[in-house]
Ligand binder design. Sequence first.
Ligand code: HXC
Length: 514
Amino acid sequence: MPLRGKTTDLKKRMRDALKGGGSKAIEKQKAIGKMTARERIISLLDPKTFNEYDLFAVHAGKDFDMDKKYLPGDGVITGTGKLSGYPVCIYAQDFTVAGGSLGWMHAKKILKIMDHAMKLKIPLIGINDSGGARIQEGVNSLAGYGEIFYRNTQASGVIPQISVILGPCAGGAVYSPALTDFVFVVDKITKMFITGPEVIKTVLGEEISMEELGGAKVHAEITGNAHFYSTSEEECFDQVKKLISYIPWNNQKKADPLPKKSPKRFYKIDGIIPIDPKQPYDVRNIIKAVSDDSDFFEVQELFAANIVIGFARFDGQTIGIVANQPLVLAGVLDVDSSNKAARFIRYCDAFNIPLVTFVDLPGYLPGVDQEHAGVIRHGAKLLYAYSEATVPKITVILRKAYGGGYIAMCSHHLKADFVFAWPTAEIAVMGPEGAANIIFRNEIKDAKDPEDVRKKKIEEYKEKFANPYVAAAYGYVDAVITPNETRRMVIHALEISSNKQEQPPFKKHGIPPF
Ligand code: HXC
C-alpha cells in the first residue's frame, strides 16, 4: 500500500478507536455529569501536551464470546503530558468501554505507564472510573490488580502518585488509590467501596445506596480515604493542578519555589488567640497570617478536623503544615487525627518538604471509645513519624502543650530543629485544674474553704508551670517570641536548616505501629 493509503488506514483505525464505547454509552456517561475519559485528560493537562500510547491494544478475553468483541484501547487511555508545566504519566479508565473493567491488556497498559513514571521519575496520575475486575477474564484480571498494587508500593515515596476517582471504583480496585499519596473525590460522581449495595443486601439484608455507602462525602468526612473533595470534575482538576504546584517531581528533588510574597494584611496575627485560654479560635487564621500570600492549601479538610494539615509557602518554598485546631474538640489528638497527621508527615519527609508545626492542644483524647479504638497504637504513629522525619522541623507552641501532646507535636525530644513558644504558651504535664486537684488533693479536702484553696492552688500551679519559661529554662524551647516575630523566625530557621543532613541508623526499614 502506498504511503497515502497507509495514512488513510491509520486515520480510520484511529477514528474507530477514538469512538470509545460509542455514542449511546457516551450519552449515558454525560447524562450523569461525567466527562469522557479522553475529555478528562485533555481538560486536566496543559493544552496540547497529551500524547497517547497503546491506542490499538487488543483485549485478551477469549471466553464468553469476548473474542468477538472490539473494546477500543481496552477501556483505558494512557499517555504522557504536562501538568502546570510538570511532565506527568497519566491513565484514565474509560467507563464507556465494558464499564472500564480491568482485563489483562487494560492492566498491562496501566503497568507500562506506571513503569515509565518510575523510570522517568515523574508523577503518576490515575483517573479511576471502572466496574472493577473484568469478570469474563477471571484470574487474569486479578493478576492485573496484583501487579498494579505491587508497583504502587514500589513507587511509594519515590514519585508522587495521585488518584482521581471519577465514577465507580469497586471491589479490589479501591486498593490502588489507597496505596497512592493523594485521592481526589467528586460529589455524586465518586463511588468507592469493596462490596456494593447488592452484595450487602444479599449477605446482610441491609439496604443502602451507593452514595451512602461510598460516596465522595463519606470518604472525605468519615473514612479519611479521600484527601480532596469537590463538587465538579472541573473543580477537582483545579485542585490537582494546585497540588502539583506544591510538590516535587520525585524524591530526589525539591518542590519548585515561587517568588516570595508577604501574607495578606487582612490576617492580623496579634488578635487571633483569645484572652481566655479556654476560648477556641481557628488555627488556619494563624497559618494564613504567616504564610506567603496567606495561601494555605488544606489536605483532608473535612476529616479529623481537630488537626489541620496542608501546604503553604514561606519565602516561596513549599512547607508542610501540621497544626492542632482548637475550634474542633479543643484540638485534641485522637485515633483519626493521629493517623491523618502521621501520614502527611511521612509524605513531606519522603519528598523533601520541611515541616512547620503549630501547637495548641490539651493532649490525647481520654475515654473508653478511644482506648478501645487503639489510641495507643494510632497515637504512636505520630511519635514515629515526627521522630523518623529528617527534613527541617520547626515548631511553634501557641498556647497549650500538655502531656503527651507536648511531646508528640514535634517537641525537641523528637528532634525538632527549632522550637519557639509564644508568651501565651502553657507547657505542662496537664492543665492547671487537673494538676491542682491531684497534687493538692489533701490540702484542698482538709481546708476550711476547699473552693478557695482549690482556686489558690490552681493559680500557684499556673504561675509555676503554665507558661513557656520553665521549658525555656531547660532549653526545651529555643526562644520565646511574640506573635509578630513568628514569620521572620520561622523563615530564618528554615533558611539555616536548608542544608540539613541527618543519617538514620542503618536498617532495612523500621516497624512503625501500622
Ligand atoms: C465486566 C463489567 C463490569 C465488570 C461493569 N461492566 N462492570 N463488565 N466486568 N466488573 C459492564 C456492564 O456489564 C455493562 O456492559 C457496562 O460495563 C456498564 O455497566 P452498567 O452496569 O450498565 O453500569 P451502571 O449501571 O452505571 O453500574 C456500574 C456498576 C455496575 C455499579 C459499576 O456495573 C457493577 O456493579 N459492576 C460490578 C462491580 C463489581 O462488583 N466489581 C467487582 C468485581 S470483583 P454492557 O455491555 O451491558 O454495556 C473485583 C475484585 C478484584 O474487582 C480484587 C483485586 C484484589
